[in-house]
Design a protein. Sequence first.
Length: 318
Amino acid sequence: METRKLIFLDETLRDGQQQPFVTFTRAQMISLALAINGLNLPDAQHKPIYNIDIMPSMHPMHEEVAKHLLNKEVPITLATIMKECAIKSTRNIGKDIITISSLSDELMRVKGINRERNIESTVRELGRARERGAKIGLAGEDSARADIGFLKDYVLATQGLADYFIYCDTDGQANPKDTQKRIAYLKKSVSTPIIMHCHNDQGNAVRNTLKGILAGADGVSSTFTGIGDRAGNAPTEELVEKLAKEYGIIISGLDYERLKEVSSLVSLYAERGPTAPDNPLSEVHEAGIHVDALLKARQTEQEVYSHKPDGDIKVCIG
């Protein structure tokens, strides 16, 4: 068996609640955060649960929960969009952030930016955040469809500004073999740690994540039980189990005995599991930045998130 110091960015409280009809109460969010953070073995040097992600702008209660957990010294990271006002607002709550930028040509066209302007604005905003002492995660929305040369240039330009880069298969269409090649290329080209964030629209979230890890990725952004937008995310407990049983990889500092306890708690509070890719509900988006992009795509006649620009958009208000 091989012991690896992988890190986990837990998305259960953010992406998990993007699944239609999954909403946690304040008490449940706090309970889940404490349980997830408890997976770090107390005396271990390496803490695999690196942070727990919350997006305060989703709801005032989420901001309140984030503040409560930060006061309890739970490692909360605050997600926000790549705009100065949004980053400033988030920084008033806590110093550690994940900020999101669109990287595929399709999404950039929808949002009215080009490659050069995207790099310039990202470097500017990360520089401002860095001046305030933030620990910064940079999430590359639609990384899996981005031109690999541009993706390399983008991550290189942000080295020293971002503490880690999250490679996102946002629409869940990535091919595992391609994922392994692309992550291997990035790992040879950049020094910034690479984190895998994969969706399950084609049933490949786990395979894509594992291929990324085998190619050298430094960590995982996932949810317990796999709950998440549309067909969900890679389930944390399944990834950990497959790494051990199929590849002989043990996560340093992780309390394996408590994994089932945490996943059972998520199932209890969510009152449902992830939506299967062939279930009609997997085509439903909960209101948020993805829906905003879909609506803009209609105006620019772009295909984003595997939706034709003239196709129906199914939205759940959450």
